[in-house]
Ligand binder design. Structure first.
Ligand SMILES: [Zn+2]
Length: 295
């Protein structure tokens, strides 16, 4: 059940009953040797070639065999590197399986540090046990690392602000101009902000601003969850978060209590589109109001 633990709200509804046997790993071709793989959990990025294949994120442990088969159907070579965009189990669940196959796992420092310890899930008020040492990243970095393989220059970078967590990495395939943004950009609706693991609404917005400053209009964006996107989609996502954050901050400034704010209808205009996600507008507002009221 380990792979279910970090899923917070999602787990009880959608995944607890999930039968991984029925999940298919579906490749979406982006450029000559660059793909997004969809299955269950976070989107996987892939670059293939003679230097060995590299994947970004690895979904849940029961899917590792299918992920390997899907990569092999595209390129016969083995997977050599795996980058984790952050610690959540729907992005790192297969780490142990891939490491056992000799894959080198790379992540931001805080991902490894947090996986080594028991984590507290503030939302479900439960603890998640420390990861098996075999599941830990072996190469860690502070703010950036570059990989030069298969004719591509990959820059993996982290901005020093807690956003979705405090260990989020964004990967840029510089020549192809493709980004994998992890859960700093998602398309399932209101984004989850994991404050128990160093996340913060202000950091989330700051990281999106810093990322948007370097993303060009022609870039292809792989979101942490959902379909391929463009810079304009990331900008819209950021603008909505700023609007919601600013209205909550204004209400707090007027002396409103955090628990009163969800009733103000701040997210009503976004609910038609974003309310279908696992986090409802009112839950999202309360989460942010509680965070901002603590400061
Ligand atoms: Zn996540």
């Amino acid at each position: 059940m380990k792979y279910l633990a970090p899923l917070f709200f999602i787990s009880l509804g959608a995944f607890a009953q999930q039968n991984f046997d029925t999940v298919r790993i579906r490749p979406v071709k982006i450029k000559e040797n660059i793909y997004m793989l969809k299955g269950s959990g976070g989107n996987i990025g892939l670059i293939t070639g003679k230097d060995g294949n590299l994947i970004i994120d690895d979904q849940f442990a029961p899917l590792s065999g299918k992920i390997k088969a899907a990569v092999q159907a595209i390129d016969q070579g083995s997977i050599k590197y795996l980058i984790n965009t952050h610690l959540h189990g729907d992005h790192t669940g297969g780490n142990e399986n891939f490491r056992r196959d000799g894959v080198t796992i790379i992540a931001q420092n805080h991902v490894r540090e947090r996986m080594m310890k028991e984590q507290y899930n503030a939302v479900r008020k439960t603890t998640i046990p420390a990861s098996n040492p075999e599941a830990l990243p072996v190469i860690t970095f502070d703010d950036r690392v570059e990989l030069h393989i298969n004719g591509e220059d990959l820059e993996v970078f982290h901005f020093n602000f807690g956003s979705h967590t405090d260990g989020d990495a964004i990967v840029h395939f510089k020549n192809a101009n493709v980004y994998h943004m992890g859960d700093v950009f998602v398309r399932y609706g209101y984004p989850f902000i994991d404050m128990g693991n160093g996340g913060s609404i202000n950091g989330f917005i700051k990281v999106l601003d810093l990322a948007l400053a370097r993303i060009s209009d022609s870039a292809v964006i792989i979101p942490g969850h959902g379909e391929l996107a463009t810079k304009a989609d990331v900008k819209l996502f950021r603008d909505r978060l700023v609007d919601i954050r600013d209205q909550i901050a204004a209400a707090l400034k007027k002396g409103k209590k955090a628990e009163e704010i969800p009733a103000f209808g701040i997210t009503d205009k976004y609910d038609a589109e974003w309310g279908k996600g696992f986090l409802k507008g009112k839950d999202f507002v309360l989460m942010i109001a509680e965070e901002l009221s603590k400061k």
